[in-house]
Write a new protein. Structure first.
Length: 255
């Protein structure tokens, strides 16, 4: 028994010595862990409030504004500058660019979208913006720029149909009808079941039915100008609806 008692006392002494030598480090570790956990929760709450406020600002400044008014346009431009590192900057640019296109200010719309590209740090939204830019470049007859933008699309599987059909539009606008037919035909092979291929089919069939200049005239009757197609695009409206839902969701979360 004496041996066991001596061994127990020795272990107890070792434990006391270890605690005496290390209690400060342990206490600092506990405090540091508490601070880190508190900071993480604070940052999450802070970013949630920032997202909520950005959504409210976007809805108030962009969605409720009459963008035909120069004063409101200036406010939206200021909003884009202030939010140059979040998704709302790109969404606001899409909305304002749509207004510019409706006023046939194609270069101004292209410059605005080029400037906002990448702000959202969202590859899907960036590619949507690239498609808008390509349409505008085609309308401005900047075919090399349009090709460069289309080649920069990252989510090729998701946008293969749109990219290829826009290459067809560029070829058609530049007068290369054979290349246009090839791109339209290729685009149709990439189309998914839920994609509307009606216009692309009409473009291809028109070029296939009659060769040469008459084909171009027939195609023109069924082809919307690239910029007008951009005006009718529903992505900006969908983005606005998403932003509105974000406001509601954030408001509910805040309550």
């Amino acid at each position: 028994m004496d041996v066991f008692e001596a061994d127990a006392q020795q272990r107890e002494e070792e434990l006391r010595k270890w605690w005496h030598d290390n209690w400060k480090s342990i206490a600092m570790g506990v405090v540091l862990a508490f601070v880190i956990i508190t900071a993480i929760f604070w940052y999450r709450d802070y970013t949630r409030k920032i997202r909520y406020q950005n959504a409210v600002d976007f809805y108030g400044v962009v969605m409720n504004a009459n963008l035909a008014d120069e004063k409101n346009v200036a406010e939206v431009r200021a909003f884009i500058s202030e939010h140059d590192n979040d998704v709302y900057s790109e969404l606001a640019a899409l909305s304002l660019a749509k207004q510019f296109v409706s006023e046939k200010k194609y270069q101004e719309a292209a410059d605005l979208l080029n400037g906002s590209l990448g702000a959202a740090k969202d590859s899907i939204l960036d590619d949507i913006v690239r498609l808008r830019i390509a349409r505008l470049d085609i309308e401005l007859r900047k075919f090399d720029d349009a090709a460069a933008v289309l080649n920069a699309v990252k989510n090729t599987d998701s946008f293969r149909f749109e990219v290829t059909s826009l290459k067809g539009d560029a070829a058609y606008a530049s007068g290369d009808l054979n290349a246009a037919f090839k791109y339209y035909d290729e685009a149709l092979s990439y189309a998914k079941a839920d994609e509307d291929t009606t216009v692309v089919k009409m473009k291809r069939d028109s070029l296939n039915a009659v060769k040469g200049v008459p084909a171009a005239k027939n195609a023109a009757q069924v082809t919307e100008p690239a910029a007008e197609a951009a005006v009718k695009d529903t992505v900006a409206e969908d983005a606005a609806e998403t932003a509105a839902k974000t406001v509601e969701a954030e408001a509910s979360a805040k309550q």
